[in-house]
Design a protein around this ligand. Structure first.
Ligand SMILES: O=P(O)(O)OC[C@H]1O[C@H](OP(=O)(O)OP(=O)(O)O)[C@H](O)[C@@H]1O
Ligand SMILES: O=C(O)c1cc(=O)[nH]c(=O)[nH]1
Ligand SMILES: [Mg+2]
Length: 192
């Protein structure tokens, strides 16, 4: 899939939102990619996962034991990546603030893991999820995400293969421009 075709999927599903958003990191933005909307059509979700799987170098793909993704945003695309790669897909949750595996999910010692995210902005959630896999006994070989909106700045500590890169500005709480601050703010994500 070309970058235009992928962006077309986001536009067609009305996943490209404009307004005033507080992001997971606490930063503010006038743009939000609502990946739940792009993934709500199962055939589209499968198409995007196949395209993402094709980005993975064979040297990584062939060593993977399973897929792990951080809830909530990572669950659907993680599951579809599991299907595309023919691997089991698990997810991490953080009901007490720190990511861990629940629901009977467990990693065999030394399991080689693909981390799957929907969006990377600062990379904080990804780094926390990668650290959680290490605590659970696994090793993250690489991460894939539908969208990298970090401007290429996110350092995840592992090779990172996004489907698309989109560079929307974000602002610290005390740097929000007046025209953006004038709009009511919403926080679409679930981080507390
Ligand atoms: O790179 P970052 O700055 O960490 O931002 C990206 C993260 O933010 C969103 O999750 P969020 O914490 O909003 O929760 P959700 O996945 O439960 O919706 C998104 O799903 C990523 O996990
Ligand atoms: O940084 C985030 O929290 C974030 C940005 C975005 O565009 N989409 C999303 O789901 N999360
Ligand atoms: Mg998330």
């Amino acid at each position: 899939m070309t970058q235009d075709e992928i962006l077309g999927e986001f536009r067609a599903s009305e996943a490209l939102l404009e307004g005033h958003f507080r992001l997971s990191s606490g930063r503010h933005s006038g743009h939000y990619l609502q990946c739940a909307r792009v993934l709500m059509n199962p055939r589209r979700a499968a198409r995007l996962a196949e395209a993402l799987a094709a980005r993975l170098p064979a040297a990584i793909r062939d060593r993977l034991d399973c897929v792990v993704s951080p809830a909530m945003g990572g669950i659907i695309i993680g599951h579809e990546m599991g299907r595309a790669l023919d691997l089991d897909a698990m997810f991490l949750e953080r009901p007490e603030g720190e990511f861990h595996l629940r629901r009977g999910f467990a990693l065999p010692a030394g399991a080689k893991v693909l981390m799957v995210e929907d969006v990377v902005t600062t990379g904080l959630s990804s780094r926390e999820a990668i650290a959680a896999v290490a605590r659970e006994g696994g090793e993250v070989l690489a991460e894939v995400a539908l969208v990298d909106r970090s401007g290429g700045a996110a350092d995840l500590g592992v090779p990172f293969f996004p489907l698309i890169a989109i560079d929307f500005p974000t602002y610290a709480e005390d740097e929000v421009p007046a025209d953006l601050a004038a709009l009511p703010v919403t926080k679409p994500g679930s981080r507390k």
